[in-house]
Design a protein around this ligand. Structure first.
Ligand SMILES: [Zn+2]
Length: 305
């Protein structure tokens, strides 16, 4: 997969002070691509804009890709028949979470490419075409390390830890051993694509401060997202982790698409969380249109302490 000179890139953002967006827009424009800004428009207007201009590549957060798909369904727009062939997603872990990724790909009929970066250091990771759902660190720019966040010992291949980056080449603001707060798994340095760059299977797994200790288990919100997103009939969800009592309680609100309302979906989600993640959650269905939607980084996890 490579972008072709005639690809048309669409940036459905509000042009706010969000660095990841600006670097993507600037990089694409400098390389001479047709870049279509989507600021100042409603989601419906963005979809029409996208169709009218024959957009082939969409750059947004995973959450917003799903949100646009939801709006398209309501408007009777079939995105699978659109000219979009790739979505490049960043800002949240979703691009490498199997459930989220396959939901975006099915809704759009297009391939997802994950990407990650941090305002402090710049763009960090890219996904290769041959080995989906993982990120290569751009080792021409970064010296990566993965450490145990508590002991600061180096993590071994297959282990999970905090990504630490050094980018001596960044003009003006190099950082030395910057602790990103991102949780990653140490992967192999060999990949079917031929790259020897460090690979992070599953991409960014979450934030070190997202990890919650729940009844003897370490719980990552991305694991829950992976389960919930496998249900195509769920439009949105919200999680509350209540740690005010002696035992933490996990509550999940799910909002089905209108056609799937009152279909015992809460029971099915409850069972899958229990079977896949080995813990019990209180799952409740809420009415369509109840939960908030997000354009940039979603805030679906609420922790009560
Ligand atoms: Zn690769």
């Amino acid at each position: 997969m490579r972008l072709q000179p005639d690809d048309r890139l669409f940036f459905p953002f509000s042009f706010g002070p969000y660095l990841g967006f600006w670097t993507a827009f600037d990089a694409a424009a400098r390389r001479g691509f047709f870049c279509l800004p989507g600021g100042g428009l409603s989601s419906t207007a963005r979809l029409r804009f996208l169709l009218d201009h024959g957009v082939t590549v969409v750059l947004c957060t995973p959450t917003y890709a799903l949100h646009l798909a939801e709006i398209a369904r309501k408007e009777g727009i079939d995105l699978v028949r659109s000219s979009v062939r790739y979505l490049i997603v960043a800002g949240e872990p979703g691009g490498s979470i199997a459930g989220t990724r396959s939901s975006i790909e099915a809704n759009w009929g297009a391939r997802v490419f994950d990407h990650c970066g941090l305002t402090e250091v710049g763009p960090v990771g890219i996904e290769c075409p041959e080995n989906p759902a993982g990120l290569h660190i751009l080792e021409t720019e970064y010296l990566p390390e993965v450490i145990d966040p508590k002991t600061e010992e180096h993590a071994l291949p297959g282990e999970t830890g905090e990504l630490v980056l050094t980018n001596l080449g960044r003009w003006g603001s190099p950082l030395i051993r910057y602790r990103t707060g991102d949780l990653v798994q140490v992967g192999a340095r060999s990949c079917p694509c031929g790259s020897g760059w460090l690979r992070l299977p599953g991409g960014i797994l979450g934030r070190t401060d997202d990890m919650v200790h729940l009844r003897g288990n370490n719980f990552y919100p991305s694991a829950l997202e992976n389960v919930i997103r496998r249900f195509r009939e769920i439009a949105e969800y919200r999680v509350e982790i209540d740690q005010t009592g002696a035992l933490a309680v996990l509550r999940v609100e799910i909002e089905p698409v209108p056609a799937a309302a009152h279909s015992e979906i809460a029971d099915r989600v409850h069972k899958m969380i229990r079977d896949e993640l080995s813990f019990r959650a209180e799952v409740k269905e809420v009415a369509p249109g109840t939960l908030p939607r997000f354009e940039l980084k979603a805030r679906r996890i609420l922790v009560r302490k």
